[in-house]
Structures are given as structure tokens and as C-alpha cells.
Design a protein around this ligand. Sequence first.
Ligand code: GRF
Length: 218
Amino acid sequence: MPRLRLAVLVSGRGSNLESLLAASREERMDAQVVLVVSNKPAAPALDVAASHGVPAKVVPSAGLDREEHEAQLAAAIDAARVDLVVLAGYMRVLTPAFIQRYHGRLVNVHPSLLPAFPGVDAQGQAQARGVRIAGCTTHFVTEEVDGGPIVAQAAVAVPPGADAEEIRRLVLDLEHRIYPATIDMIAKGKVRLVGGKVAYSGLTPTGLRVITSPEVGL
Ligand code: GRF
């Protein structure tokens, strides 16, 4: 089986892109990044792509309406014969037409345990709410922002007194592990979107571990 061909859409720093490139290189993920697209010409993620020798393209969104911008985006994705479109810090809401076009082939990572804290600054929202367990979620993208079928989640205990920055750091470390794992499951056919729900097959049973915060010795 050829490896899954990924287009990674970015707008900013690119640390998730970096983790996907590392997982691909180290063969922890049965997929290869064939294209990086940024809607921001100055995104540091473009340097990440360049340093790994991955083709990268800027499709600027500024000044274009969504349909126009997405037509260019889709043309770039389709020209690269992409199997899966991977949002990694892509800071632009996609139109229903674009989401439909890549139905079941479009995934995102969100820095909270959805359905808690959708939208921007999820980690800040979590800190303000005083959550004791934080985490991240990978999901197929549907028209509801951060509301698509969940593929995987990872959680971490929030140390008492942690500020938003610390939560961001803890959650980002989880993102870097669960996103490549999610894409590997999709590449191996262990995860599919069927009738609007995620169907799993051939997975190792999840171990029963209890996370508490503060630590209460359960
Ligand atoms: C990540 O926290 C991701 O979950 C969110 O935006 C951030 C992107 O970070 N959607 P990076 O560009 O991958 O470093």
C-alpha cells in the first residue's frame, strides 16, 4: 500500500506540522506530507516546510472572498493528488462547499477536550474555568466549527496553580503525539467516517487508567 498523501494547511508557527514531518520520517505514521499550504505569507510554518524540503505554497487569503480563496486552495490540493487534508493551526473558517468537497478526508486538531471550549483560545478558556484535566481532540471536519466527529482525545492533569501558558504547553505536547497517531490510524484503515460517525477497526483496546488532579491516590 502506498503511504497516505497529506496536504497540511497552516497559518502560523507550524509545531504540529513539524511533529507530522518527524513522525513521517521516523515511520511512526504511514503517511507523507506532499504539500504545505499557508494562507499567511509570513507564517513560520513555511520555514518548517522548507527546512524539511517539502513543497510549500502560499495561497494568500487577504483581500479575497472565501470562494475565490478556496478555489485556489482546492486547485493546489488536487494538483498534488492528496488523500487527506490536515488542518494544523489553520486560522480560517472553511465554507460548507470546501468541507463537502473533502468530506471524510479533512481532519483537525483542537486544543481542548471537545465539546468543551470550542473556538479560539481554548486553553485560556480552560484555565479561566479552572479545569483540572485538560487535553486535545482530533476530529473530522464538518460544517459545525470544532463540532465534527471525534477521532481521538488525549488528556493531562492540570497542576494546581497552572497558568494558561502552562496548559498550552502541556496540551501542545499531547497534540504533537495524538495527531500523527490519528493520521496513522486513518492511513491504516483503522478509522473511517461512516454515516457521519467514526468507525474503528483493528485497534488495541484502550487501557483503563485514571487521571486525577489534584492527585488523590485513586
Ligand atoms: C495548535 O494549538 C492547534 O491545536 C491550534 O492552533 C495551534 C497551532 O500551533 N488549532 P502550531 O502552528 O501547530 O504550532
